[in-house]
Ligand binder design. Structure first.
Ligand SMILES: Cc1ncc(COP(=O)(O)O)c(C=O)c1O
Length: 394
C-alpha cells in the first residue's frame, strides 16, 4: 500500500463549501488588501489563541521579521534560539543584521533546553556597563526565541523565569504549534499566549494551512501590536506618509478567508493527529519495534492538546537505510532537519563547528517524520508499521 506523507485533498472535501462561499463573498466586495476579511480572521484567531492582539502577515517568516523590526533589533544585537528548527527562525535574525546565538535542545522534545539556556547565560555571557547581556561575540542579547517544535510547547515556565532574570523578552516560534496547550504555573495557555509575542505560519502543510503563504504575529502589548501593523505596511499609518521603514508583510484577504473557514475545524484535526499518534505507538509496540524506533513523547500534563503532532517524528536506528526502504515501498517520510542550523554553509561566519550542539546533531542523524495528517486511515498506519517492521525484522 502506498501511503503519502501528507494528502491535503482529503481535508479539502470537508471545507470546500465554506471556503467557496467566503471567497465568493470576498470577490463581491473586491477588497483584497486588508479590510474586513483580514480583520475578522485576526479577531477569531486572537480569541482562539487567547492572546491580546493578532496581526495577519504574509508568512510566518514575515511575521517573525515584523516582530524583530518592531522591536528595533539590528546590528550589534543578538537573538538566542536553537539550531534545530526550520531555517527561517535564524534566517530572520541574520536578515536584521543581528547575531543568531544557538543553545542546544532537549533530547526528548527537541525543544530549547532551559538548563543549557541558563548555563549559556550564566557562564558564556557577560554584562555590559548598562546591564545589557552581552554574547561571547560582544553583541547585545535582545530576545529569546523558543520554538515549539513539531507541535509541543517548550518548558516555558523555566524559560520565562530565566528570561525574567536576565530581562529578556520571549518571542515564541509557534509556527508548528497552532492549538497546542501548555500547563504552567499560571494555568493552561495556548502556544502563542505564553511569552511576550509569537508568530504562526499558515503554510499549506501546517495544521492550519492556507491556499498559499500566510502567517500571523500575536502579542500581549498594545504598543507592540501598533508597531507590527506599521511594519507590515511600509511603516505608514496614513497613506504615503512613512514614519519608519517597514515592508509589505500583509496577509492576503483571500488567504484570511480560506484560513478562517478552516479555523473551526482545527480542534478536530488536531484530535485526529493525536489519535494517529496513539495508533502508531500501539502498532510499534505490537510489532516489538521498541529497541529500533523511539516515538515522540507528549508531556505528561493531562492536557488534550499537549502535543498536536504537526510532524510525527520518530528517532530511528539506521535512519537513512530505513528511509530508503520506506520510500522504495511507497511510504512517504521526510527528515526534519538534515543539517542543524549552526552547520549550514550560510552561517559559517558564526564560527560554530560540528560537536557544538550534540543533541541537535544527533537528532539530525536519527529523526524521521512519518505520515500523521488527520485523515490518515487506520490501515495506512498499520501499513507504515509493517514496512518499518519488515526493515528491522524484530
Ligand atoms: C519552526 C518554523 N518557524 C518558522 C517558519 C516559517 O513560516 P513560513 O514558511 O510561513 O514563512 C516555519 C514554517 O515553515 C517553521 O516550521
Amino acid at each position: 500500500m502506498r501511503v503519502p506523507l501528507l494528502d491535503l485533498t482529503r481535508q479539502h472535501a470537508l471545507v470546500k463549501g465554506d471556503i467557496a462561499s467566503r471567497v465568493a463573498r470576498l470577490f463581491e466586495t473586491q477588497q483584497f488588501i486588508l479590510g474586513a476579511a483580514v480583520e475578522d480572521f485576526e479577531a477569531a484567531f486572537r480569541d482562539f489563541v487567547g492572546c491580546g492582539h493578532a496581526v495577519g502577515m504574509s508568512s510566518g517568516t514575515d511575521a517573525q521579521l515584523a516582530i524583530l523590526m518592531a522591536m528595533q533589533i539590528g546590528p550589534g544585537d543578538a537573538v538566542l534560539t536553537t539550531p534545530y528548527t526550520f531555517f527561517a527562525t535564524a534566517g530572520c535574525i541574520h536578515r536584521m543584521w543581528a547575531e543568531p546565538v544557538f543553545v542546544d535542545v532537549e533530547k526528548d522534545s527537541l525543544n530549547l533546553d532551559p538548563d543549557r539556556l541558563l548555563e549559556f547565560l550564566e557562564t558564556r555571557c557577560t554584562r555590559g556597563p548598562d546591564g545589557a547581556v552581552l554574547t561571547p561575540r560582544g553583541n547585545r542579547l535582545r530576545a529569546i526565541i523558543p520554538i515549539h517544535l513539531f507541535g509541543t510547547c517548550c518548558r516555558m515556565d523555566e524559560i520565562l523565569a530565566i528570561a525574567k532574570r536576565f530581562d529578556l523578552p520571549v518571542i515564541e516560534d509557534a509556527a508548528q504549534a497552532v492549538g497546542a496547550e501548555f500547563r504552567g504555573k499560571d494555568g493552561v495557555k495556548k502556544a502563542g499566549a505564553i511569552g511576550d509575542s509569537a508568530y504562526f505560519s499558515f503554510f499549506p502543510t501546517k495544521n492550519l494551512g492556507g491556499a498559499g503563504d500566510g502567517g500571523i504575529a500575536v502579542c500581549r502589548d498594545e504598543e507592540l501590536a501598533a508597531r507590527l501593523r506599521l511594519m507590515r505596511n511600509h511603516g505608514m499609518e496614513q497613506r504615503y506618509f512613512h514614519r519608519e521603514v517597514g515592508g509589505n508583510f500583509r496577509l492576503d484577504a483571500l488567504q484570511a478567508a480560506v484560513i478562517h473557514a478552516k479555523l473551526s475545524h482545527l480542534p478536530e484535526w488536531n484530535a485526529g493527529r493525536r489519535r494517529n499518534a496513539a495508533h502508531y505507538r500501539e502498532a510499534f509496540s505490537k510489532r516489538g519495534l521498541g529497541e529500533f524506533v523511539t516515538p515522540p513523547v507528549a508531556p505528561d500534563d493531562g492536557l488534550e492538546n499537549s502535543h498536536i503532532y504537526h510532524q510525527y517524528v520518530i528517532r530511528a536506528r539506521d535512519r537513512d537505510a530505513l528511509m530508503a526502504h520506506l520510500q522504495a515501498g511507497g511510504i512517504g517520510c521526510a527528515i526534519y532537519y538534515p543539517v542543524p542550523l549552526h552547520l549550514q554553509d550560510c552561517f559559517s561566519c558564526l564560527d560554530y563547528k560540528s560537536g557544538d550542539f550534540p543533541v541537535a546533531e544527533a537528532a539530525s542523524r536519527e529523526s524521521l517524520a512519518l505520515p500523521i495528517f488527520p485523515e490518515l486511515r487506520g490501515e495506512e498506519i498499520e501499513a507504515v508499521a509493517d514496512a518499518i517492521a519488515s526493515f528491522y525484522k524484530p
